[in-house]
Design a protein. Structure first.
Ligand code: CP
Ligand code: NVA
Length: 305
């Protein structure tokens, strides 16, 4: 892997993503083989937002590779308040060999990567969630046996998860349709970058407003919460706007009969997805969660070895 950090799916080439998937699958099959890969190395986990999957998967992942993790909660560091991002980076690089950050402004992970001499991994910002997209496309590959030419439709808010799915689809030749309410489209720069990247693979990246039209012929239907972390104040108002974008059995019926249902989790059951869909045979949401572990182990291995 050429990149020193993993801030965006755009940091890695198509070939590098496939190499990471191959390594992740090998780690999944035979975890003990890699039990000493990152021996004595420590990954600091900086969280400015809550987490179940990201914390658990990085924590367990680094330990399975022979290393240690250090959890730093929002109250402990207060990035940029108690201490500048620069000084946090300069302190941590003397004691740990990598940093995963989950924060609000995307610029914080970029700044951290610029200041620190050790690898920085983006564990979600308001702008993107690249580790999630890696686990998701690994899951798609496992279930469909291929990626190129598939269609993934993301239904809901044009948010951080939607951006990373567009970037990954563009790199891997997977057509990505985002079906969202008017005014909740993905960031325009992110969309244009994905369209640009997609020229190399022929993937079609599009935004539509009609969910039914969006999911037509989809191999995978993906959704996420309507209000992300940090947008709690908008949650009630968004419920009304997003209601027609709920992924329910009826919406699933417009996709291919063997379409899988995907969600990064946590799910707000009854809002963006019904119990019936999330608990159906088509649902692969817990495979995605498990694959966070394997995909991120591959990423840590490549960056920190
Ligand atoms: N999908 C995901 O990132 O979950 P957490 O917020 O629980 O880490
Ligand atoms: N879009 C969601 C993803 C959570 C994993 C959020 O940012 O809260």
């Amino acid at each position: 892997m050429k990149a020193r950090d993993f801030l965006s799916v755009r940091d890695v080439s198509r070939e590098e993503i496939h190499e990471l998937f191959t390594l992740a699958r090998s780690m999944k099959k035979d975890p003990r083989k890699y039990a000493k890969s990152l021996e004595f190395k420590t990954l600091a986990l900086i969280f400015e937002k809550p987490s179940l999957r990201t914390r658990t998967s990085f924590d367990v992942g680094i330990q399975q590779l022979g290393g240690f993790s250090l959890y730093l909660s929002p109250n402990e560091i207060s990035l940029g308040k108690r201490e500048s991002i620069h000084d946090v980076a300069k302190n941590l690089e003397r004691m740990v060999q990598g940093i995963m950050i989950r924060t609000f402004a995307h610029q914080i992970v970029i700044d951290m990567a610029n200041y620190a001499s050790i690898p920085i991994i983006n564990g979600l910002t308001d702008y993107s969630h690249p580790c999630q997209a890696m686990a998701d496309f690994l899951t798609l590959l496992e279930h469909k046996g291929k990626l190129e030419g598939l269609k993934l439709t993301y239904v809901g808010d044009g948010n951080n998860v939607a951006h990373s799915l567009m970037f990954a689809g563009a790199r891997l030749g997977v057509n990505v349709t985002v079906a969202c309410p008017p005014g909740f489209e993905p960031n325009l720069t992110a969309f244009r970058q994905a369209v640009e990247d997609a020229k190399a693979t022929g993937a079609k990246i599009e935004v539509v407003h009609d969910p039914k039209e969006g999911v037509k012929d989809a191999d995978a239907i993906y959704t996420d919460v309507w209000a992300s972390m940090g947008q709690e104040g908008e949650a009630e108002a968004r419920k009304k706007i997003f209601r027609p974008y709920q992924v329910n059995t009826q919406l699933m019926s417009y996709a291919k009969p063997d379409a899988i249902f995907m969600h990064c989790l946590p799910a707000h059951r009854g809002d963006e997805v019904t119990d019936e869909v999330v608990d159906s045979k088509q649902s692969v949401v817990f495979d995605e969660a498990e694959n966070r572990l394997h995909a991120q182990k591959a990423i840590m291995h490549e960056l920190m070895k």
